[in-house]
Ligand binder design. Structure first.
Ligand code: GAR
Length: 195
């Protein structure tokens, strides 16, 4: 079975969607470790509920990235867990060389916009403020840029009149929970298991 590690900073609803599809036997890949830069992130509680090993990694002094030492620790844990690829599920820091080089072309991210529109933080709020009629979510490979890697799949959702940033994000998240398992299944289907 193809194995993947999950990195997240938030409540973990995308991880939950992946874990539930795995449990149903139709993901074609197994989440084997959950890592977070926030000690009390909901995603760590969820990981424990799914009986998957979970670790908090102290991020170091920077706000937007992990320290090189912290990323090194992540790489070591992912290697020890023998993961074939990495899934970012609401991980709110930029990925730098240690992790990128350890899993080249094998780190996926989900972003709550139709990239290349609205990269960066709170993309749903950016969409409401820009007044666009349509929003959505994108799964892409992670490269050294911010939300710039190769796009693997997208889902569209309408922006409704009267939408707030929160109501739009809720609609985008419903689309995310369908899109991410579908793209992870496709991606894993193209990988060879380690043995
Ligand atoms: C998701 O909407 C995801 O697209 C977004 O954070 C949320 C995490 O929710 N990620 C980013 O904005 C990354 N730039 P979750 O913790 O419930 O999965």
């Amino acid at each position: 079975m193809i194995r993947f590690g999950v990195l997240g900073s938030g409540k973990g609803s995308n991880f939950r969607a992946l874990a539930e599809v795995f449990r149903a036997g139709t993901l074609g890949a197994q989440p084997v470790i959950v890592l977070s830069d926030l000690e009390h992130a909901g995603i760590l509680d969820l990981g424990r509920k799914f009986e998957i090993p979970c670790h908090f990694i102290a991020p170091g002094p920077f706000r937007t990235k992990m320290s090189p030492e912290a990323e090194g620790e992540i790489v070591q844990l992912l290697r020890e867990a023998q993961v074939d690829f990495v899934v970012l599920a609401g991980f709110m820091r930029v990925i730098k060389e240690p992790l990128l080089n350890a899993f080249p072309g094998r780190i996926l991210n989900i972003h709550p916009s139709l990239l290349p529109a609205f990269p960066g933080l709170e993309a749903w709020r950016q969409a409401v403020e820009a007044g666009v009629p349509e929003a959505g979510c994108t799964v892409h490979l992670v490269d050294s840029g911010v939300d710039t890697g190769k796009i693997l799949g997208q889902s569209r959702v309408p922006v409704l009149s009267g939408d707030t940033a929160e109501s739009l994000h809720a609609r985008i998240q419903i689309a995310e929970h369908e899109l991410y398992p579908r793209i992870v299944r496709e991606f894993a289907g193209h990988l060879l298991p380690r043995d």
